[in-house]
Each structure stands twice: as structure tokens, then as C-alpha cells.
Design a protein around this ligand. Structure first.
Ligand code: FES
Length: 224
């Protein structure tokens, strides 16, 4: 199994940059064709090609300019991802309630930092995805919450230099743990600490999917 960041920081940098460019893919379906085809592929095994996309960090937003009072939605590899701030840190999860598939991003952040579904009000913990509240069944809630089917799929999320990143493996059904070293590598700590270096936050939406950008737009000789 090959991780995108293991062999080449440059390649990983390209992937992150590509994701920045296409962070809204223009495909608002829950599981777009790109992710679906990769998940089918991953049903037997995640090979090196799939791992390039699954075992990688994707930037979700510039944290300094993102409203922390409400949830947000973004597409990652064709899947909708919700991310929110609980007053202390950022969390990310599949933007799909395990109850009846409503978009969690259209719900709200509860006072305790959990995210609440807009449809029937189920709530979920950001760290584990565990269902923390079922308003219609308070007496049975403990038993119902034990079911894994009542949990939402969370994505490990980390903030670096004003960018929020999510580890995509759970979107592909992979249990590969987040690669902290890869995130540190792409964060380019030494660049930010270099005297005289300035940076600007910039993103652009392109109406195409990630493989198209990877294969046709980001020529390594001219972007790295
Ligand atoms: S669809 Fe989310 S609580 Fe019912």
C-alpha cells in the first residue's frame, strides 16, 4: 500500500493544492461518481491508486475567515463533508445523518459543541461521531446510541497555519490512521518561519473533478 505522502512531499503538495483548487467540485450529490467508483474498487482492497486519494489530507477552509457559529459543507472526492467548530476545536464528518440521511450541515451547533441534525434533532459528538441525543426517545436513547448505525462517520481534522485539513480515509471505508507526519510535511513549517516570507490565502473553484485537475492542470514542472 502506498501513501501519497510517503515517497514524495512534492506529490503530496500537488494533491493538497489540487484539492484547494477544486474544494467545491460542482457536484453536490452525496457520493459522486468519483468516490463511488473508488469505493467499489476499495471493496476488495485499497490499492496504491485508491490510496493516493483515500490516505491523504484535504484542506477544507481558511479558518480565519470561516464563521464558527454554524456548520459548513464542502465536497471532498465527491462526498459531502460537514465541518464545524465546537468552541474549542474543529471537527469534520460525512454530511449525512445516519438516521434519514439529512444534511448535518443544515443543522446547528449545540451549546455543548455537538452537531444537531435539522430533521429530527439527533445530535452527534465531533470527536467520535457517537450519537449523543435523540429527542424523541430520551428514555431509550442510551440503548439506541449503542448501535453503530446511530453513529456518524467522522474524519480526523487538524488545523495548520490557518487551514483546516481532514483525513479522507473514512470516506473510502478505510481504517488507515491519519498520517501526522504527512500533514506536518505539507504544512511547510520552515517556510512560514523564514524571515521575510509572506503569504496570502487564496482559493479558486474549478468546475471539474480532482482527477481531471491532477492529470491535466497541475503540471508538476510548472507548479512546484
Ligand atoms: S434525519 Fe437526522 S435525525 Fe432524522
Amino acid at each position: 500500500m502506498r501513501k501519497v505522502a510517503d515517497g514524495s512531499q512534492r506529490a503530496f503538495g500537488r494533491l493538497v493544492f489540487a484539492s484547494l483548487l477544486v474544494h467545491k467540485l460542482g457536484i453536490r450529490r452525496r457520493h459522486g461518481p468519483f468516490l463511488r467508483s473508488l469505493k467499489d474498487h476499495a471493496a476488495t482492497a485499497i490499492d496504491g491508486t485508491t490510496a493516493i486519494y483515500a490516505h491523504a489530507w484535504y484542506p477544507l477552509c481558511f479558518t480565519g475567515t470561516t464563521d464558527q457559529s454554524r456548520p459548513h459543507c464542502i465536497d471532498v472526492c465527491g462526498a459531502s463533508v460537514v465541518f464545524w467548530h465546537n468552541g474549542d476545536r474543529w471537527f469534520a464528518a460525512l454530511d449525512e445523518c445516519p438516521h434519514r440521511a439529512a444534511r448535518l450541515s443544515e443543522g446547528r451547533i449545540r451549546e455543548n459543541g455537538d452537531i444537531e441534525c435539522p430533521y429530527h434533532g439527533w445530535s452527534f459528538e465531533g470527536k467520535t461521531g457517537r450519537c449523543s441525543r435523540i429527542p424523541q426517545a430520551e428514555s431509550e436513547a442510551d440503548r439506541m446510541r449503542e448501535s453503530s448505525r446511530a453513529c456518524t462517520t467522522v474524519l480526523p481534522a487538524e488545523e495548520r497555519h490557518g487551514l483546516l485539513f481532514a483525513w479522507a480515509a473514512p470516506l473510502f471505508g478505510s481504517t488507515e490512521p491519519p498520517d501526522a507526519a504527512a500533514l506536518d510535511a505539507v504544512a511547510c513549517e520552515e517556510i512560514f518561519e523564514t524571515t521575510g516570507v509572506k503569504h496570502v490565502d487564496y482559493s479558486r473553484d474549478l468546475p471539474m473533478d480532482l482527477p481531471t485537475v491532477m492529470e491535466n492542470v497541475l503540471a508538476s514542472a510548472s507548479t512546484i
